[in-house]
Design a protein around this ligand. Structure first.
Ligand code: GLY
Length: 267
């Protein structure tokens, strides 16, 4: 199979309505347009995730879930490249696009993860625009019980992955899942990129994205890797993932998931 010149996959979260693929299509198109015009895989996944954060059908950004207090959203987001760059934020409250701050952490910070008000202060110091979801903006939480959105991309040289989560509905204040933890919700290396979605505690304890990546390194087929990842977990665990390599891709989800792909071959 020929290598990709560029490729991107996007998903709307484990448990999202597969018929909502117009949202994941828009996100994939945005990322692919960016790469076609010379943008990197990192820029593509960040912009794609931003499109998903702005779509209230999905549990991220504008569609995030409320915590147990019934009024606060605490959001996690992350991005990573196959050059071993990583940036993440956790428990940032009531903002539209946490992925922008995670991207800023990757680009400008010596640290890999900033939480809560620290992430907001960092954004201000680095002139990263932060749009709040409170004040005059209506808070639109997603009606479905879907999970984290994500994207993986390849620009012909580098792989990248990005995630954004609106949290688990009614979860404890301060709870953080797999999204901002490298190797848990996402992982990239020279062999490809993996983005997971679903019950964060289970994904994190299993280091799922790194585990799936290791299977790719050991030449497991994409179909087998996507299948095996789901079967690692008990039937009650909601789980999904997207996987991209230099010349192939796969997706799987236990309870359905909106997802999209766009690829261009090298020859
Ligand atoms: N997978 C997102 C979360 O559990 O927070």
């Amino acid at each position: 199979m020929p290598d990709f010149q560029r490729a991107i996959l996007t998903h709307g979260g484990a448990g999202s309505n597969p018929n909502d693929f117009s949202g994941t299509d828009s996100a994939a198109s945005r990322g692919m347009d960016l790469m076609t015009n010379g943008g990197t895989a990192l820029a593509a996944v960040v912009d794609a995730v931003k499109v998903l954060e702005d779509d209230p059908r999905f549990n991220a950004g504008s569609g995030s879930k409320l915590r147990i207090d019934g009024r606060t959203m605490q959001l996690d987001a992350s991005c990573m490249t196959s050059s071993n760059e990583f940036g993440a934020v956790a428990c940032v409250e009531n903002i539209k696009n946490p992925i922008d701050i995670a991207h800023g952490v990757l680009r400008y910070s010596p640290h890999i993860l900033l939480v809560g008000d620290g992430a907001r202060i960092f954004a201000k110091e680095h002139h990263i625009p932060v749009a709040d979801l409170n004040g005059s903006d209506p808070i639109e939480t997603s009606e479905t019980s879907c999970d984290t959105v994500g994207a993986v991309a390849f620009d012909g040289i580098t792989f990248a992955a990005a995630l954004s989560s609106g949290g688990l509905e009614k979860s404890a204040m301060g709870r953080v899942g797999d999204v901002p933890l490298p190797g848990c919700g996402l992982f990239c290396g020279a062999s490809g990129a993996v983005a997971c979605t679903g019950d964060g505690e289970f994904i994190a304890l299993r280091l799922l994205a790194k585990e799936v990546y290791t299977w790719l390194e050991n030449s497991m087929s994409l179909v087998d890797a996507a299948h095996k990842a789901i079967t690692l977990f008990d039937l009650r665990v909601d789980i999904g993932l997207i996987i991209l390599t230099r010349n192939g891709f796969a997706s799987n989800a236990r309870n359905g998931m909106a997802w999209s792909h766009m690829t261009e071959n090298k020859y």
